[in-house]
Design a protein around this ligand. Structure first.
Ligand code: NAI
Ligand code: 15L
Length: 265
């Protein structure tokens, strides 16, 4: 059991979803975001600040024995804000982790690091990166930072390329990319329990019949997702239009992120 698990981006969608479910992993949570937000109880300790602020980051990591790094820009944006939160921010995280004695990190990467692969491909941890925008590029940068800190400094990180983590799949693409909250929780449990983690790339997706991602390279870690987006197919078919088969968003794994024009000024 961890003493103090840090959750960055704790006020965001995933932070809110996982925080009430981490009692099995950590005695207390240090929860952080840019602005004030409501705590779930005395076991949560609030620290407000910006990932870009190095002094804040050094204080944030102090005394933590695990980190779930969710903080940052989570959708496509122009390069400048992404540079701040996701590039400079992740550098600050790793520098602060080094000073804090290298707590194990779960880095919330994204399927948009590989979003330009065709939906006809099945990818694994060794597939080439193909980011589908500045956001995806920043996640590739974060993955590279994790890998470098592991090889040079021994800092362990689970690089989790999250698909679509929502209570239910919202569209037909998510029949392939859906990551149920239960499966995310079981992955977090594994990451902080397994004796030796290293720096694996793990696709954060449920056991979807139509999944595109193969986690066999990290099978030995013992994580097995249980949910399957297929159970929502009938509901999706009945409630939303089927996507056009020749749309760029349908043809590429990154969906609408791959189809969107680049956000340059
Ligand atoms: P979110 O946007 O709801 O939460 C991110 C949080 O980070 C926000 O509360 C925001 O205030 C905070 N943040 C942004 N810039 C910051 C800064 N400079 N300093 C401190 N905090 C900052 O995103 P969500 O959906 O909760 O995702 C969490 C993480 O998981 C993100 O890193 C995202 O890229 C990643 N992810 C999420 C997926 C999903 O399905 N929800 C899919 C793939 C990746
Ligand atoms: C992401 O990386 C985003 O953070 C999330 O909001 C979803 O859009 C997800 O990918 C997705 O691809 O469904």
């Amino acid at each position: 059991m961890l003493e103090k698990l840090l959750i960055t981006g704790a006020a965001g969608a995933l932070g809110k979803m996982i925080r009430p479910r981490l009692q099995k992993i950590a005695k207390s949570l240090r929860v952080s975001d840019l602005h004030e937000f409501a705590l779930n109880g005395d076991h949560e300790e609030l620290m407000i600040g910006d990932l870009v602020d190095t002094e804040f980051m050094n204080r944030l990591l102090q005394d933590c024995d695990g980190v779930v790094h969710l903080g940052g820009i989570s959708i496509e944006q122009p390069f400048e804000p992404i540079l701040q939160a996701n590039v400079i921010g992740i550098h600050n995280l790793y520098q602060a982790a080094k000073k804090a004695g290298q707590p194990r990190i779960l880095f919330a990467s994204s399927n948009h690091a590989i979003g330009y692969h065709s939906v006809s491909e099945r990818l694994d941890a060794l597939s080439p990166i193909m980011p589908d925008g500045f956001y995806g590029v920043s996640k590739v940068f974060g993955e590279a930072m994790a890998s470098m800190y592991f090889n040079k400094e021994g800092q362990e990180t689970a690089i989790v390329r999250i698909g679509s983590c929502f209570p239910e799949p919202k569209d037909h693409r998510m029949l392939s990319t859906w990551f149920s909250p239960d499966d995310f929780i079981s992955l977090i449990e594994m990451v902080f329990k397994v004796e030796t983690l290293g720096c694996p790339i793990i696709y954060g997706a449920s056991n979807n019949d139509e999944g595109w991602w193969d986690n066999s390279k990290t099978e030995s870690l013992g994580w097995r997702p249980k949910d399957n987006a297929e159970e929502f197919r009938a509901k999706l078919d009945a409630t939303i239009p089927k996507p056009a088969p020749d749309d760029i968003a349908t043809l590429n794994q990154g969906g609408s992120f791959a189809a969107a024009p680049l956000m340059t000024k």
